[in-house]
Design a protein around this ligand. Sequence first.
Ligand SMILES: Nc1ncnc2c1ncn2[C@@H]1O[C@H](COP(=O)(O)OP(=O)(O)OP(=O)(O)O)[C@@H](O)[C@H]1O
Ligand SMILES: O=C(O)C1=C[C@@H](O)[C@@H](O)[C@H](O)C1
Length: 298
Amino acid sequence: MEAGVACKLNYPTWIDSERFGRKSTGSLPFGRILKQDQKVRVVVSAHFPVKTSSNRHRSVSSEVSCSSYKNFSASTLETGSVQVPYDETLMLKNKSQEIEPYLNGYSIYLVGLMGSGKTTVGKILSYILNYSFYDSDALIEQEENGMSVAEIFKLHGESFFRKKETEILQRLSSKKQLVVSTGGGAVVQDENWDYMQKKGISVWLDVPLEALAHRIAAVGTHSRPLLHYESGDPYTKALKRLSYLLEQRGKNYAKANARVSLEEIAGKLGYRDVSNLTPTEIAIEALEQIEGYLKKVA
Ligand SMILES: Nc1ncnc2c1ncn2[C@@H]1O[C@H](COP(=O)(O)OP(=O)(O)OP(=O)(O)O)[C@@H](O)[C@H]1O
Ligand SMILES: O=C(O)C1=C[C@@H](O)[C@@H](O)[C@H](O)C1
């Protein structure tokens, strides 16, 4: 009787390169026919063409399986995984190319609490997708002759600011190929959702409150008027107010077409803390979630 031994190295999307073509996930198989009683030693060795100076690693799984000749339902003999360095910029580029046909020029509206990284991640997305970037808070400040959001709140009140925010979103809604970082409170008004959904996809950056409070405390609370109501050190002030805001707005953020949970990304990548995540890793996940949403509604 003849038998075949097959070996397979599974590789995930991010390992794709010109070498492997532009398939998504896949495997590199090889096989050999064995004569009766013949033994074979299998050594899995792979070189991944990832050029990177990064010391970040991800896991690639390997699998050795065996099947009888002409019978392709192989049984798995051994599975394992290797840690290989990866280049997050290359992964971001691959992901953006993969998503382009589905995205079809639709704008991306980032929603989330203050400090959730809408501006930081938004700029990365706009660069890689070749989209224009807008920050709705910054547009309001520009239109108010450079007055800061905090000054606008103080001088004209919150309702004036909210009206301006809606006007800005209405204006942006007629355009495609934008990445928009929206104000943290934009999700509260239904009208704003109509504008965001007109030619856009909404993405919620869901960041744990403690991480948000740390970020905000690091840059100071002075520019964020809604934190002025609280007392205590900057971290405590931020945490108290953000907890209240999330309670009020959680269901509004959850209306977004896609959700990017930093806790989930950290879990997936094996990081203990969300603060280990880079903005690029978050941007990659945002593209993945957008792709998932677009495939679902296609
Ligand atoms: N992944 C990250 N890791 C660590 N710090 C980050 C990350 N993303 C953003 N930050 C920092 O958090 C702060 C807030 O980020 P950013 O301005 O992008 O948030 P935002 O959602 O646009 O905030 P706002 O709505 O208040 O304008 C900045 O100091 C930024 O450098
Ligand atoms: O959460 C909010 O309501 C706000 C967030 C900021 O982006 C600004 O839009 C403003 O400070 C209000």
